[in-house]
Design a protein around this ligand. Structure first.
Ligand SMILES: NC(=O)c1ccc[n+]([C@@H]2O[C@H](COP(=O)([O-])OP(=O)(O)OC[C@H]3O[C@@H](n4cnc5c(N)ncnc54)[C@H](OP(=O)(O)O)[C@@H]3O)[C@@H](O)[C@H]2O)c1
Length: 312
């Protein structure tokens, strides 16, 4: 089967750059949106030039120029968007409605993968304020895609390893301490951690797979379904030392959110759902979903232990 041509939108981002790399590595003709709006952001420009040197095509287009988006999506079969959606960095999820309009008008796209890559927003109808905005906005985009009749795959990638393993599941930390850790509650709720390069690799594997058409792809590497305590134990084994442990109760955690700025509060509510409520592991995958490691058993995904070795 001929491999789809792919357009990556948000290709210079934390996940986006990995999607570009994975798409090229898996032999897809890869296009990356180059937004004139990036101005003199030299890092982005250099990254785009690197992509080009590796074989990607740069295609100029802006969210404020509808026709440019239509022209860009007309070049490809599959569009993957990895636009920002983390409030402490930037949250642009609803801009994707413009991309949906462009894909609808172009009419040629066989599959669209919007910027999701986290908790399945469809399971978060009772999400807490203010963090629920992430889920609500992602659901608005889903509705627009489905109303436009655009074929899709939604990727639920659970926890990015860099944030959650790097910080031993503590919000506000991304480098593991060698001295102490604060457990969220009893630290026993299970979550799922995925190496961001693996997220990109599974995503690209799914784009031409009929089994993931109009479905949600959940990435649940079996060895990486661990509680915070188990993550800490893994780290302790690696450093050969026990950390001093304290704990923050649910009530204290929620009270600590007050007074923090809005973007911080959004992130904290996400940690609350994952670490106190176990929202990632509290449901079975239904008919509308597939699990990545089951679909692609040949893949050697990165384990939590191996991922954490980088911090030694
Ligand atoms: N599960 C998790 O733990 C987790 C963690 C982090 C993120 N996520 C999810 O992953 C997705 C990607 O997040 P990320 O952290 O990789 O994003 P990011 O690095 O913050 O940003 C990605 C890209 O979005 C584009 N962008 C930013 N502002 C824009 C604007 N005003 N107009 C148009 N484009 C703009 C830029 O791409 P260009 O300049 O190249 O166009 C940027 O490089 C989001 O859906 C997020 O919610 C999940």
């Amino acid at each position: 089967m001929e491999k789809s041509k792919v357009l990556i939108v948000g290709g210079t981002g934390y996940l986006g750059k990995r999607l570009v790399k994975a798409s090229l590595a898996q032999g897809h003709e890869t296009y990356v949106l180059q937004r004139p709006d990036i101005g003199v952001d030299i890092e982005k420009v250099q990254m785009l030039l690197d992509f080009k040197a590796q074989g990607a095509h740069l295609v100029v287009g802006s969210f404020s120029d509808h026709q440019s988006l239509v022209n860009a999506v007309k070049l490809v079969d599959v569009v993957i968007c990895a636009i920002s959606g983390v409030h402490i960095r930037s949250h642009q999820i609803l801009l994707q409605l413009k991309l949906v309009n462009a894909i609808k008008e172009a009419g040629n796209v066989k599959r669209f993968l919007p910027s999701e890559f986290g908790t399945d927003p469809a399971t978060m109808a009772n999400g807490m304020e203010p963090g629920r905005i992430t889920f609500d906005d992602k659901m608005i985009v889903r509705r627009a895609i489905e109303e436009a009749g655009i074929p899709f795959t939604y990727v639920s990638a659970n926890c990015f390893a860099g944030y959650f393993l790097g910080g031993l599941c503590q919000p506000g930390h991304i480098i593991p301490s060698r001295d102490s850790v604060t457990l969220l509650g009893d630290g026993n709720q299970k979550a799922i951690y995925v190496d961001e390069d693996d997220i990109a690799m599974y995503t690209i594997k799914a784009i031409d797979d009929p089994r993931t058409l109009n479905k949600t792809l959940y990435i649940r590497p079996p060895k990486n379904i661990l509680s915070q305590r188990e993550v800490v134990e893994t780290w302790e084994k690696l450093i050969g030392k026990e950390l001093h442990k304290s704990s923050i109760s649910k009530e204290e955690f929620l009270a600590s959110m007050k007074g923090q700025d809005y973007a911080e509060q959004v992130g904290l509510t996400h940690y609350y759902h994952v670490c106190y409520e176990g929202c990632l592991t509290s449901f079975e995958i239904g008919d509308g979903g597939e699990e990545a490691c089951e679909l692609y058993p040949e893949v050697n995904y990165n384990t939590v232990e191996n991922y954490m070795k980088r911090y030694l």
